[in-house]
Ligand binder design. Structure first.
Ligand code: WTA
Length: 693
């Protein structure tokens, strides 16, 4: 797997000397050495890294225990079981007290509106977290309780998650773009005892009444006989509950009563309803709370959080991560993949509602004592230079974003980028979906001025941290390849019969050994965990992604090979979208496939079969789109809906999505159709095609 020396040619990008200088892993040889150690002696390798953190009771005996083979018994993974620590203590107290980083900025917060910004130091963050941890305890929250969090990208979101971690409560963050149904479903699945939300926020110039959606979610929970105890509401936009008028106290928030300059906040007019039995204002609770709070000492294997991700049956899976392994792995990947140095200013544009935000906007950077930018807004508001302006404003050195954002901004050409110098940038990163070489080159040439290596990081909610990724100085880059495995990661490519393929090959991407931050279970459904990830190929963790290895040993992720779709880097399952469509009275059957999209990467193309007596027209299409938005959220809105009087099926009744994908693309060569039960539907489906972009 050593890249051939002659690869300095076209299409392979080597690190510039300034990237190599002082790098944690300066060359490929060093990467190989460390990688071999991590695979041959994982306990020693990770044991050494674990010593950088505080353990109340350190690990003395078996560091790792696991079973990946369901034919030999229950699947389990345990890293450092028996050792105790607190992740919040490691992220905050250790940095403030031991490392003396109290006055270092933890976050520069940049609001939706450019003039709306503030900063929070490590010391201030610790105080706020302790206060809110005390609030949670006063509300009766105990270790192991599940707390639902439905908030936009504001500092309080980090405060809440770390406060949960401090007292051993399990946070379940729901992305603020999800619908009331989605919030309700997630609250019910893990029986959350408390909901923490926000009055509202702006996405660009669009106001979002988050409290109203949260109210709706709680109403839906009550209809299904479940009530959360309380709903704590952060006043972010500054509304009053009675009239909905703007409120002079809108700067009276967590971070503005710290020593940082008070935040300049815009106040907007937003109407929210208030249910005094359930709702409590955050600032009322925080006023009295003490800023000293003893952490709960947790076992390394205690659950840290649940994060829901789409599942192929349509029901989201509550991916559960644990304290010790997750701390170790997110901290280590952050340090090496972004070649972190203490003076860096790091910016990850992902929302904390996704795993990227959890691992690389909260836990990973804070574990390293890093300074991060947290951005509430969107790349195109108030104009399409916003990201580059922010990079110059905070002198960002390390910028981590999604291919979909790059493709979106590419559309506007180079001028909006070149208005700003971006001189501070050293390292770029991408995550969420395969990056097409065209976007990679634009990112490299235009954004990074040909001097910043791009870390194309492949990983999943389930893996907790980066799996296949370059390292800035050590691994020459090929546009579109996630290159090589990170330390401790042992990938393999399998064929359909489960045989490992060597050398140049293409097949299922699997992992043969556990790494510290692998998910431990699906909340409340260990069996589903075993069958989803371990059943198909005993002894391997199955990612659900296809993968190619080239002649130089580089890995290229080819995309999902299960019933999953990746829209703008967000995973959705076909089943989830189909069940939302079928709930409409006019629809008897639905099938969803992915369709290429110039910006989103993939978009949804849906086929619906109508009940007798219903007409397929624009009104129905609009209703169906609304239906999906309401059931799942705006990210799942289908781009295309086509009328399908019949669907192509096998004789056993399974919908042949492969054929539907070809129809959506107007590709007449359908391959092998011998298993198709009734070929006559095909022509009509071609005739009814939507005109696609
Ligand atoms: C896809 C996001 C290609 C992949 C961290 C994976 C990628 C799914 C990449 C997980 C990448 C993520 N190259 N594909 N660099 N990163 N993916 O759980 O299909 O939201 O299985 O985690 O995104 O999405 P998830």
């Amino acid at each position: 797997m050593i890249p051939d020396k002659t690869l300095v040619e076209k299409d392979v990008y080597h690190a510039a000397p300034e990237v190599v200088q002082g790098a944690h892993v300066p060359n490929f040889q060093k990467y190989k050495e460390l990688y071999s150690q991590s695979i041959e002696k994982p306990e020693e390798f990770w044991g050494k890294l674990a010593k950088e953190f505080y353990w109340k009771t350190p690990k003395t005996d078996k560091f790792l225990d696991y079973n990946f083979d369901h034919t030999k018994g229950k699947i389990f993974i345990r890293w450092m079981e028996g050792a105790t620590t607190n992740i919040c203590y490691n992220l905050l107290d250790r940095n403030v007290h031991e490392k003396k980083l109290g006055d270092k900025v933890a976050y520069y917060w940049e609001g939706n509106d450019p003039e709306d910004c503030m900063q929070v130091t490590y010391k201030e963050l610790l105080q706020q977290v302790c206060k809110f941890a005390n609030v949670l305890r006063a509300q009766g929250v105990k270790k192991g309780d599940r707390i639902s969090i439905y908030m936009p990208m504001i500092i309080e979101l980090v405060v809440v998650m770390l406060a949960c971690a401090r007292i051993g409560a399990i946070h379940s963050i729901v992305f603020a773009g999800f619908s009331a149904d989605s919030v309700c479903e997630r609250i019910l699945d893990s029986h959350c005892s408390l909901l923490i939300t926000t009055d509202g926020f702006y996405r660009g110039d669009k106001p979002i009444n988050l409290k109203q959606i949260a109210d709706e979610a709680l109403r839906k929970c009550r209809e299904r006989n479940f009530s959360v105890g309380k709903c704590i509401v952060v006043k972010h936009l500054g509304v009053t509950e009675a009239t909905g008028a703007t409120d002079e106290t809108c700067t009276d928030r967590a971070s503005s009563n710290t020593q940082s300059p008070p935040a300049k906040r815009s106040c907007y007019n937003l109407q929210i309803t208030w249910n005094a039995d359930v709702d409590i204002w955050w600032h009322d609770l925080m006023k009295e709370a003490s800023d000293k709070c003893e952490p709960e000492w947790c076992d390394s294997e205690d659950p840290l959080f649940i994060l829901y991700t789409s599942g192929s049956t349509g029901k989201p899976k509550g991916v559960q991560h644990t304290v010790g392994g997750y701390l170790l792995y997110t901290a280590t990947t952050f340090k090496y993949v972004f070649d972190y140095k203490p003076d860096d200013v790091y910016w990850c544009t992902a929302d904390i509602g996704w795993i990227t935000g959890h691992s690389y906007l909260a836990y990973g950077p804070l574990a390293n004592g890093a300074t991060s930018v947290m951005f509430e807004g969107i790349p195109t508001y108030p104009n399409v230079s916003r990201l580059w302006e922010i990079i110059d404003k905070y002198k960002v050195t390390t910028f981590y974003t999604a291919p979909t954002a790059i493709r979106l901004l590419m559309k506007y050409g180079e001028d909006p980028v070149k208005k700003f110098s971006r001189a501070s940038l050293k390292i770029l990163g991408t995550v969420g979906e395969p990056i097409n070489p065209e976007a990679w080159l634009w990112y490299y040439n235009v954004v990074g001025n040909r001097k910043c290596p791009i870390m194309d990081t492949f990983w999943q909610t389930e893996t907790g941290g980066h799996m296949m990724t370059p390292l800035p100085a050590a691994i020459p880059l090929k546009p579109g390849s996630a290159t090589f495995p990170f330390f401790g990661v042992l990938p393999a490519i399998l064929n359909e019969s489960g045989e490992e393929l060597e050398g140049e090959a293409e097949g299922y991407l699997v992992f043969k050994k556990p790494w510290p931050s692998i998910m431990r279970t699906i909340y409340g459904n260990h069996q589903r965990f075993e069958s989803t990830y371990f059943k198909k190929f005993p002894g391997y963790f199955v990612t659900g992604d296809g993968c190619k290895r080239d002649k130089d040993g580089y890995y290229w992720i080819t995309g999902r090979i299960d019933d999953m779709l990746n829209v703008s880097g967000h995973l959705l399952s076909t089943a989830e979208v189909e069940s939302a469509l079928i709930e409409h009275a006019a629809v008897v059957e639905a099938a969803t496939v992915s369709h290429p999209h110039p910006i989103k990467g993939e978009c949804l193309y849906c086929f619906v079969t109508l009940r007798d007596g219903h007409e397929f027209n624009e009104t129905l299409i609009a209703e169906l789109k609304d239906q999906v938005r309401e059931k799942i959220g705006p990210i799942a809105t289908p781009d295309y809906i086509q009328n399908a009087p019949g669907l192509p099926k096998t004789r056993s009744g399974k919908i042949m999505r492969r054929i539907l994908r070809q129809i959506a693309r107007n590709e007449k060569d359908l391959g092998d159709t011998s298993t198709l039960a009734d070929g006559t539907v095909i022509e009509e489906l071609f005739n009814n095609r939507c005109r696609t972009a």
